[in-house]
Design a protein around this ligand. Structure first.
Ligand SMILES: Nc1ncnc2c1ncn2[C@@H]1O[C@H](COP(=O)(O)OP(=O)(O)OP(=O)(O)O)[C@@H](O)[C@H]1O
Ligand SMILES: [Mg+2]
Length: 157
């Protein structure tokens, strides 16, 4: 059982705020990895409905990690890799929404990526991958509120 006290709830009022908190997380992650305080792979399982803000969060995360590239939804490509300038590693953005079977994960070498200590992996629609998401993954839950409000619950355990 995951311990609820390791969870943090953040409410954002618009997409920019979601990007901002994700960027802060990315910056902290980068510093912690560089200092050896955190060792990868760091896996984020992003849960939430269509349009809840998962890709928006990854855009902020990428910018906090120092990635300049424009991050777009990898819905059709399944995976997009972005080298992290300050690390000998990459951010992998994976979207399982349109996944048709495990073979597609094999084709992108999913198991190797999630076992690589130099990887930061953000997975949208992790429910569709089931048991292939490693147990150490941190869940990030997105809930839609009124208008542009979103509640984001991050499991830091
Ligand atoms: N507080 C907020 N946080 C994040 N996005 C917000 C917020 N308020 C409004 N939005 C808008 O909601 C949409 C979120 O889209 P996004 O692509 O990030 O969702 P998603 O969870 O990745 O969906 P999908 O499952 O289709 O990939 C964007 O149009 C964004 O501008
Ligand atoms: Mg998305």
């Amino acid at each position: 059982m995951k311990r609820a006290e390791n969870n943090t709830n953040i409410r954002t009022r618009n997409a920019e705020e979601t990007k901002k908190i994700a960027a802060e997380m990315g910056r902290k992650l980068l510093v912690d990895i560089q200092a050896g305080a955190v060792t990868g792979p760091v896996i984020l399982a992003l849960q939430g409905d269509l349009g809840a803000g998962k890709t928006t969060f990854v855009q902020g995360l990428a910018s906090g990690l120092g990635i300049d590239a424009r991050v777009t939804s990898p819905t059709f490509t399944i995976m997009q890799r972005y080298p992290i300038p300050g690390l000998n590693g990459s951010l992998y953005h994976i979207d399982c929404y349109r996944l048709e079977g495990g073979e597609q994960l094999d084709a992108i070498h999913f198991n190797d990526i999630v076992a690589d200590s130099r990887s930061i992996i953000a997975i949208e629609w992790p429910e569709r991958v089931g048991a292939r998401v490693p147990r150490g993954a941190h869940t990030v839950k997105f809930r839609e509120g009124r208008r542009d409000e979103r509640e984001i619950e991050i499991d830091f355990s």
